[in-house]
Design a protein around this ligand. Structure first.
Ligand code: ADP
Length: 657
């Protein structure tokens, strides 16, 4: 076995490979771009080497730099993860030429499957069933149009070099064909530098079922069964599960055999996935992905195997750990891909900092594969995935219920997410009854809004955060302790919160112990913070509050209600001050001093700016007058009640200048 490997990737898959390597006692070398200098995969690896600027073209896609890092670090093998260089045959060759083991299939197998058209020709010879279509070299538009006619509309035009749904067009009729062909070719040329296309029958209600195969370098191969990836948005996978609902052992065997034949036809070794499109009892080859897939944890869930461990063993020349008859299928696993995407902007990546991130607790049945932590950024350069959530249950119902409840544990503030879409999918009756096909989302899903309405629980949680600095749901975050404080309330106090276009008011008065009486929408509650949430009249509710400056987000059941504080503390400070004094309303740091001794000010002139609880508090002058003494400077820490500024004793007329 290897002593040290380099992982030529980033994000969750780099972290996931590192985890297995560590368990196997293999040292890990990470590589990173400028944007990833503090990324999670860098922190997890034994060592990490910089390989260039943030855009992938200047770092993660530069094979030479990665190989150089492997040389310098003394790694023996290179794991490419998925995406980036994982299906780049030239990179696999370059690794071998430089003396490194490429943890993946032979370059020849990558090449053979690299073109969807060429792969189909090969598969035809190997007796693997194909969707009726045309995948020839002749790209004459007239010929393609007549082939479409022969196949029968609707047809699907696909880029031969395609991936990620690019260069793909559904064509309903002959009249639309020329324009669709032009569009597909332009997109294919721009994305892959290759405008060749194939045309195939477009199935209207198919399922996407793929088979995970594994081969060693001694010719043995096994099927690790299927995954159903029919829940897609715009032909891109959103949810994957195994086993496929309704799969019989007979059909599983047929598909497994077809997949093994496909892999054998290209001399495969390592982990690979043969993708099929299926309708009714029939299935046809679509393509083979010559790498580990995003959704491999689903297979790990039902087999109890570690596919990365198998990859490492095969790459090191070992035999497959198990024969086909020893591989067991147990229970049901589902994976949801959690993305930083904006549902209001057609699921474009949502770029930003994960100001607050809490992920579900993991257990034997709940797995979270992630590459980010709270405070990390979703950068514009890479895939905006936050995590993969994988749940296991003894059967599909149990797994689906587990997934639904676990999705509600997600707390994300700072970027938009697809969580509302995922929640809507897992609660849809058609999903629960396993009525699946690739058009499922379009037909069944109207996602609930991403944001929650401001209810009493979230408003109370936000008010308590402002009142005593405790953050409901986050009792043990040491990060918060420094700016915790407690306000001495005298009588009533109003907290004004802006939500959307409206301003809502919470009236607060101190109660016994740490409880408050809070009045929200005319109803008074005995409220206090409790571990994991807030208690209203003795009944506790789960809620978390995340704070960014004046913005407070209450998170319940994975949904966010975002409030803006309307000057919560200034009136308090002003109230406690005599007419001649300006005092700090809370313990704070001085961030700006806007006046000096002798300055003439009028009532309301900003004098000093403080910062506390990551919030700016501007202290205005309580009256017209001349500044006598400014007692503190920028950077000073001041206690609650500290005198900050004193007015000059003002003889009549002194302010006339
Ligand atoms: P890519 O490599 O760009 O992701 P694939 O060939 O893997 O493209 O296909 C992606 C998805 O497109 C499939 O999962 C399926 O939903 C849909 N698709 C592909 N071929 C067909 C077809 N012949 N009929 C209907 N849908 C198809």
């Amino acid at each position: 076995m290897f002593r040290k490997i380099l992982i030529a990737n980033r994000g969750e898959i780099a972290c996931r490979v590192i985890a297995t390597a560590r368990r196997m006692g293999i040292a890990t070398v990470a590589v990173y771009s400028e944007a990833d200098a503090n990324a999670r995969h860098v922190a997890l690896a034994d060592e990490a080497w910089p390989i260039g600027a943030s855009p992938a073209r200047e770092s993660y896609l530069v094979g030479d730099r990665i190989i150089e890092a492997a040389k310098q670090s003394g790694a023996e093998a290179i794991h490419p993860g998925y995406g980036f260089l994982s299906e780049n045959a030239d990179f696999a060759d370059a690794c071998a030429a430089a003396g490194f083991v490429f943890i993946g299939p032979p370059a020849s197998a990558i090449r053979a499957m690299g073109s969807k058209s060429a792969a189909k020709t090969l598969m035809e010879k190997a007796g693997v069933p194909l969707v009726p279509g045309y995948h020839g070299d002749d790209q004459d538009p007239a010929l393609l149009a007549s082939e479409a006619e022969r196949i029968g509309y609707p047809v699907l035009i696909k880029a031969s070099a395609g991936g990620g749904g690019k260069g793909m067009r559904v064509v309903e009729s002959a009249a639309e064909f020329p324009a669709a062909l032009g569009g597909a070719k332009r997109e294919a040329a721009a994305s892959f530098g290759d405008d060749r296309v194939l045309v195939e029958k477009y199935l209207t209600r198919p399922r996407h079922i793929e088979i995970q195969v594994f081969f060693d370098t001694h010719g043995a191969g096994v099927s690790l069964f299927e995954r159903d990836c029919s829940i897609q948005r715009r032909h891109q996978k959103v949810l994957e599960e195994a086993p496929a609902p309704g799969m019989t052992s007979e059909r599983r065997k047929q598909m497994g055999d077809a997949a093994l034949a496909a892999a054998r036809a290209v001399g495969y070794a390592g982990a690979g996935t043969v993708e099929f499109i299926a309708e009714d009892e029939k299935f046809w080859f679509m393509e083979m992905n010559t790498r580990l897939q995003v959704e491999h944890p689903v297979t790990e869930g039902i087999t109890g195997l570690d596919l990365v461990e198998w990859q490492l063993r095969v790459a090191a020349g070992e035999h497959l750990p198990l024969t086909q008859d020893r591989i067991q299928l147990r229970g049901h696993a589902i994976e949801a891909r959690i993305y930083a995407e904006d549902p209001d902007r057609d699921y474009l990546p949502s770029i930003g900092t994960l100001a607050h991130l809490r992920q579900p607790e993991t257990s034997a049945d709940v797995r979270v594969d992630t590459g980010v932590r709270q405070g990390d950024a979703i950068a514009p350069y890479y895939d905006p995935m936050i995590a993969k959530l994988i749940v296991w249950g003894p059967d599909r119902d149990a797994a689906a219920r587990r997934l639904a409840s676990t999705l509600r544990d997600y707390e994300v503030v700072g970027v938009s997410t697809n969580l509302a879409l995922l929640r809507a999918i897992v609660s849809a009756p058609a999903f629960l009854s396993a009525d699946l096909d690739t058009g499922f989302i379009g037909r069944h899903i109207r996602p609930e809004p991403d944001t929650a309405e401001p209810d009493a629980v979230s408003m109370v949680a936000v008010a308590l955060t402002l009142l005593d600095g405790s953050r409901p749901g986050e009792p043990a975050d040491p990060w918060d302790v420094a700016d915790s404080f407690r306000v001495n309330l005298e009588g009533w106090r109003e907290i004004q919160l802006r939500f959307g276009g409206t301003t809502r008011t919470v009236r607060a008065s101190p109660g016994p112990d740490i409880a408050y009486r809070l009045t929200v929408d005319g109803h008074a509650w005995a409220a206090r913070a409790v571990p994991g949430g807030v208690s209203l009249d003795g009944i506790s509710h789960r809620v978390s509050v995340a704070r960014r400056g004046d913005e407070l987000t209450a998170i319940r059941d994975g949904r966010n209600a975002v409030f803006e504080v309307v000057d919560p503390l200034v009136p308090l400070g002003a109230k406690g001050s005599g007419d001649d004094r300006v005092v700090a309303p809370i313990p704070a740091r001085v961030t700006q001093v806007l006046v000096a001794e002798g300055d003439v000010v009028t009532k309301g002139t900003p004098l000093i700016v403080l910062e506390a609880m990551k919030m700016e508090i501007t202290l205005p002058s309580p009256r017209d007058g001349t500044i006598g003494v400014v007692r503190y400077a920028v950077g000073d820490m001041v206690e609650e009640g500290t005198d900050l500024v004193q007015f000059a004793a003002s003889p009549a007329g002194a302010e006339s200048a």
